[in-house]
Every structure is written in C-alpha cells, then in structure tokens.
Design a protein around this ligand. Sequence first.
Ligand SMILES: [Zn+2]
Length: 256
Amino acid sequence: MVSQISSELIHKYIDGCHMLHQHGLVDAYGHLSVRLSPSTFLMSRYMAPALVAGKEDLVIYKVEDGEPVDANAPRGFSERYIHSEAYKAYPSITAVVHSHALSVIPFSVSSTPMSACFHMAGFLGQKVPVWDCDTVYTAEDSHDMLVRNNKLGASLARALGDETGQNCKHAVALMRGHGMVVVAESLEMVIFRSIYTAQNAQIQQNAIGIGGAVKLFSAKECVDSAQKTSGGAVKPWPLWTQEVEKSNMYENASNC
Ligand SMILES: [Zn+2]
C-alpha cells in the first residue's frame, strides 16, 4: 500500500516529477517511476507530472506485468510498460524516466546519432541507441508509436542492454519519433541524466547548425566525464529541490 511507503521517498518522488516539468522534460505527458522492491515500483496515476501532489496520486505496480498491485487503483499510464520491463530486465535499475523532450527527438529520426559532446553528459557515450517500434510491431498492433504492452516494453528495454542482453549498458535509449527512456540506479541520478541528456542534445544540434566539423567526445572522454559526474546529483539536487518547492506552480503535500 502507498501508505506504507516512507514519506521521505514519496516527497522526493513528487519533487522529482516537478523537476522534470520545470526543466522542460515533461509537459502533460511523460512520467517518472522509482523501484520499491525487486517486484514492485511506484508511479503517479494518469496525470501531468507537474500536478502530482500527494499520496492519493500514486500507484504501486508489479514489475512482472506492469499491472497495479491494487486492482482498484486509479487509472495509470498506457506506457507504464516502459518502466516495468526496464526494471524486469535490469535488477540494478531503481528509477526510470520517459520523456518527449523536443531536443532529443530529431536524433531519433535522423541518421546522425546523438553523442556525448558536453562534459555533463559523458554518460551518453559515443552513440545513443535508437529503438524503432517499427521493428516490433505486428499487424495487430496499433502503430501509434506508443509502448502499450509488455512486448514493446521488453524490446525497448533490450535497446538499453549490452550484446549479452544481461547487463544495462546505456543510460538512455531514444524512441523513434517519440522521445526517450532514461534509467539510473537512483531517483536523483535519473533526473540528473534526463536534464543533461536534453541539454547535450540541444548543444549538439546547435553545433551542427553552426556548420563546420563537430568534434564529439572520444571513448575515454565519455568514460572519464561520466565518472566525474557519477555522484553528480549531490550538488544540483538541493538547488532543484528548492526551485520546485519555492515555486507556486507545484504542490507537494506529502508528509515530510
Ligand atoms: Zn510517450
């Protein structure tokens, strides 16, 4: 039950939803989740992340099939399988963001890959994978680009993995004509990675627009800059928290 979850985690989750909105990662659409246990995760009900305000807005889902633990739970997101299948595939993942950030979508439809070119986003590596729903759709599926079932979610999760499929290799996978999924081992880091992925995408587009050769990060620059920011949410988190908690736009009524 949601009432048994620590109020500290709920408070942080709600702040995280608000941070994604404040940084333009979500509008009415997109979502954040956090793992509660090997078999469950927490997500808001079907609503804009900016408006999530209290425990009554939250739902616990099963990792196994993406369905709510409580059959009477309020309506959830149709794309919750993005989250459930990422948690199922990679036990180390504890937080997931799905975003339609405008800056990343051009790289999901272009032959030019998104690559780390900004020191805060070395975790992106030299080539962010693009998952194409068209490779998974069957004739019976709606071709609306959404991840509406476990089959599509599992395929997307595999795009984050290494060659063996056993390990999560990528922090981000783009979704063609749609957006991205971002994963991390903490709620703070999934917000961090979401924000700096969108910034890297904007920088790369701007550099391409200037013209001339664009020098992207080497493999070592990716690894070393990712290492440098691996604890990176520690510094911005208090700032991001204060930004949303001092804003009249957002309400966080959780008891913490
Ligand atoms: Zn979506």
